[in-house]
Design a protein around this ligand. Structure first.
Ligand code: PEP
Length: 259
């Protein structure tokens, strides 16, 4: 049995209040048929207020794109878990490759952010993924394993079982070059196997593992058919409510076919 599709949109550093308003107006028009999926959007901090107002009365839930590991204090420019909760978030993306690439994110900071998110009652979406050079050097699974080991150090099996993971090959993010369903499935399986060693088989089977990297309506159905792909983390295509809605609907189509 496949799990119900889980589709999260990462708006990155895009969207102001008028655009958020327009996005939700379009979403409300197009959303019939998306009810069987869990849908999340992760707006930039400044758009969370508008997104929370517009999402009220829809099934869309909100996530942050990052959080600081302290709950409050003298950390100019940072946003904490309790602040995200206050703004209406239930989820938070942690360890996105853009944070790793441009903002010094490491396994140690990923681990601290996961702890902070859990303290605040947020559900972390923990991102892992290899660069093109690492894939070409046949290091993909080793890199993913190291990211999991470092990021998850010290957490109990119960805690790990409640996390959401996103496999996002860096070479596929924003490039239009998607991993094939087969390439993605190999890594998703490896992540689940690694989790099974930590938390046992039945619990690992229940963990949501998303794929991210140039997901579009045209490739969502084939990717979702793979047994260990439980949904998507979508960047560029989530900025258009219509494309995001189509990805959700394609996932549901595939879900119904498989179950
Ligand atoms: C992302 O940034 O998480 C992502 C998957 O981006 P895109 O869909 O644009 O490749």
């Amino acid at each position: 049995m496949k799990k119900r599709p889980f589709v999260a949109g990462n708006w990155k550093m895009n969207m102001t209040a008028p655009l958020v308003r327009a996005w939700f107006e379009e979403w409300i028009r197009l959303s019939p048929g998306t009810e069987e999926a869990e849908t999340i959007v992760c707006p930039p901090y400044t758009a969370l207020g508008e997104a929370a107002r517009r999402a009220a009365g829809t099934a869309v839930r909100l996530g942050g794109q990052n959080l600081h590991w302290e709950d409050s204090g003298a950390f100019t420019g940072e946003v904490s878990g309790p602040m995200l909760v206050d703004a209406g978030c239930r989820f938070v993306i942690i360890g996105h490759s853009e944070r790793r690439q441009y903002f010094g994110e490491t396994e140690a900071t990923v681990q601290k952010r996961i702890a902070a998110a859990l303290r605040a009652g947020l559900r972390p979406i923990v991102c892992v993924g290899e660069t093109l050079a690492q894939r070409e050097a046949d290091r993909t699974l080793g890199v993913i394993q190291a990211q999991l080991e470092g990021g998850l150090a010290g957490f109990t099996p119960e805690t790990i079982g409640g996390l959401i993971f996103a496999y996002e090959p860096v070479w596929a993010i924003g490039t239009g070059r998607t991993a094939t369903p087969e390439q993605a499935q190999v890594v998703h399986r490896a992540i689940r196997d690694r989790l099974a060693q930590k938390i046992g088989n039945p619990a690992a089977g229940c963990v949501i593992i998303l794929y991210g990297g140039s997901v579009k309506p045209a490739n969502a159905c084939d990717l979702f058919r793979k047994p260990d792909i439980d949904g998507f983390l979508v960047g560029g295509a989530s900025l258009e409510a219509a494309a995001f809605g189509e990805i959700v609907k394609e996932s549901i189509r595939s879900y119904k076919e498989v179950n």
